[in-house]
Design a protein around this ligand. Structure first.
Ligand code: MG
Length: 344
């Protein structure tokens, strides 16, 4: 099998928010082959990511055997290294890597989860990420909830966040899981003060309280914070995650498979974290791209609800009553609305 074309675009769904951050700059990469199979993957980086895929990554992949995923990943990493290593180049590589895994599954007539030794069809528990409508999430049958609290940063942040957590705990009852996400808006003192105050409300984790590159701050939280710290959605590659794991800066790792380097890197992150006794809860894990790894590799699965904007992906697994399951269809088990892809 040989790669005959690499196509990339930034498809915009009808209900996609216009700004880069909220639409996450998602890009779609298609890898065509001489046997008529096409692999699809989603990466990031917006139009800059599309450019990297259409030029540098395309040059690496054309005429190569798509089964050589490790060698192709290494080559994509090496040629982007001067301007890559983290950020949008790795986000673009993530989409290409996922497309290669989709091809591998299609060529073997197996779901990606089965390639990794896992099963499809089993219900995987999920949690829902809530910005404002907790009632709707309760109504939908979820039993695990994460509140985005960074918008409480105006004014008395500690007071506001503690009130929001207490209110949510009352609403969801004593038995449901509750987490909060600060999206890198706090400092160490604020995080410690909030952790102290919300301890009676039993949080599973506080997510990204500090900027992603504040290793000394996370080091202090590791020894002083009474609530486990989660993070990693803004970290890249196994090399980036290894110090987070080895230094135990996060107790729950949250790689995003569409950003961190693709499934090839997510597998390594899973194995290293599990050897260290740490949990992995991939960012947006209930989206199809991360869900196969969760189904195959996770001993304590909890998949984060995805975002609703990839309407150009057909046959996506749907969360129902707080859980989600994968179909037995080969590859990632999805189809793409080809009208959303350019020919080149
Ligand atoms: Mg987050």
């Amino acid at each position: 099998m040989k790669i005959t074309n690499v196509r990339a675009c930034q498809p915009i769904a009808a209900n996609s928010p216009p700004d880069w951050r909220t639409s996450m700059g998602q890009i779609l990469i298609a890898v065509d082959t001489d046997v008529g199979l096409t692999g699809y993957g989603v990466g990031g980086g917006g139009l800059a990511g599309v450019h990297v895929a259409r030029t540098v990554l395309r040059d690496v992949l054309l005429d190569r055997d798509p089964e050589q995923i490790d060698a192709l990943w290494r080559r994509m990493y090496d040629v982007t290294l001067p301007f890559g290593q983290k950020g949008l180049a790795i986000m673009a590589i993530s989409g290409a890597d996922l497309a290669l895994w989709d091809l591998r599954g299609k060529a073997a007539n197996l779901p990606v989860a089965a390639l990794l030794g896992g099963q499809t069809g089993q219900p995987i528990p999920t949690y829902v990420t809530v910005w404002d409508d907790l009632d709707a999430a309760i109504e939908a049958g979820f039993t695990a909830f994460k509140l985005h609290v960074e918008h409480h940063a105006e004014g008395g942040v500690i007071e506001n966040v503690c009130r929001a957590v207490a209110t949510a705990r009352r609403q969801i009852g004593p038995d449901c899981q509750l987490m909060i996400d600060a999206w890198m808006r706090w400092d160490v003192a604020t995080t410690l003060a909030i952790a102290e105050r919300v301890a009676p409300d039993r949080l599973e984790w506080i997510e990204e309280p500090l900027p992603a590159d504040d290793a000394p701050g996370y080091e202090r939280l590791t020894s002083q914070c009474r609530i486990p710290i989660a993070g990693g959605e803004h970290e890249f590659t196994f090399s980036g995650f290894r110090p987070l794991i080895d230094r135990r800066l996060h107790q729950t790792l949250q790689p995003d498979v569409c950003w961190c380097g693709g499934l090839s890197e997510l597998i390594k992150i899973y194995h290293h974290a599990q050897q260290a006794g740490l949990r992995v809860c991939p960012h947006r894990g209930a989206e199809v791209w991360g869900l196969h790894a969760i189904a195959a590799l996770d001993h304590q699965p909890l998949a984060e609800s995805g975002r609703p904007w990839m309407t150009w992906i057909l046959d996506q697994p749907q969360i129902d009553g707080g859980s989600v399951s994968l179909s037995h269809t080969p590859g990632f088990g999805i189809q793409i609305d080809e009208n959303s892809l350019p020919t080149q």
